[in-house]
Design a protein around this ligand. Sequence first.
Ligand code: FES
Ligand SMILES: [Fe+2]
Length: 376
Amino acid sequence: MDQITKRPDTSKDMFAADPATSYTLPAWTYFEPETLREETDAIFTKSWIYVAHSSELTEPGQYVTAEIANQRIYVIRTGEGELKAFFNVCQHRGHSLLRGKGRARNLLVCPYHSWSYDHDGALKAAPNCDHVKGFDKGAFAIPQVRVEVFAGFVFVNLDPDARPMSEVYPGAEQRLLETCPGTPSLTTAREIVFDIKGNWKNVGDNLLECYHCSTAHKAFVDLVEMPTYQVETHDNWSIQWGECRPDNSAYGFDAASAVTSNTTLYLWPTIAFAKFPGTDGIATFTFMPTEPELTHQVFAYHAPVDPMTETELKSLDYFQDVLGPEDVSLVEDVQRGLHSLGYHQGRFMVDEDRSAISEHAVHHFQNLVAKSLGMV
Ligand code: FES
Ligand SMILES: [Fe+2]
């Protein structure tokens, strides 16, 4: 049966920049199509979005494609060894040039009428163009997209005026490299995909607090010593971490491991890096909206060696079979609750000490949303 239409009650929207007095974002922002349209313009076309680990782009001609805010793009390693990103669209009539990932020859040939471009996006050949009056190949280069590498991870930004990642996320790259020193030399080893029936902000809210951990993740609070858990917020990023017990009901790991803590480092708007104890790699956890109430979540583990260690495999099984599904179930249940005629908005459970269960990182996230939408 269709959901009852719930009208936004904007008279009660009391989001504020101070988490201690603020209400959470109103329920209607989690399903109204207009909100996602506004977020697409204000957030997704203006932010740094993760595309792939740089290990997938080492050889000349190697490329990956991605879709951000319905815009198709590709990132390619050029013959000169530079990393460049472009809109994935032929300048003749708009067909895409590349699909999936792979290695292109010197020329990228459009599958429609064979216009051909070099790795730098310049149009090199267009059948019959010599007979077209005043045709200038130089006027049909493929428009570029901003690209940057952050601790070995490749990000793009559709906004040509975007500030560099070092300014947007001051201190974050350094912190990630301290958490996992070898990130630039890792290789993507596994992807676990969940298409979640929930708004992307609902997924983000759930990711950014451990207030729910002791109730909803019994094995996780056996793995992480919650009294050691800490949460910090920074300009456009936040980080939370805790020391872990090697012997626990999530997955066991060697007490002598180089890393015995669990860390989640979040970069606005749609990625977190997740470090699991006993492993030398790191996971990327991305969540992009496909519809107002559908989120494409990809958990990718990037490993230092092939094959993965037994502890890495056990930690991935724990995420895939236990932790991931527990969170999906929470988010999907909340998404239904947001439609309830009996719910409008809640409060942030924050404390002055910013304790392990304080929800200040959720407010930090929602405040960035609210600022982008002009609500604060
Ligand atoms: S659309 Fe690409 S060659 Fe025609
Ligand atoms: Fe969770």
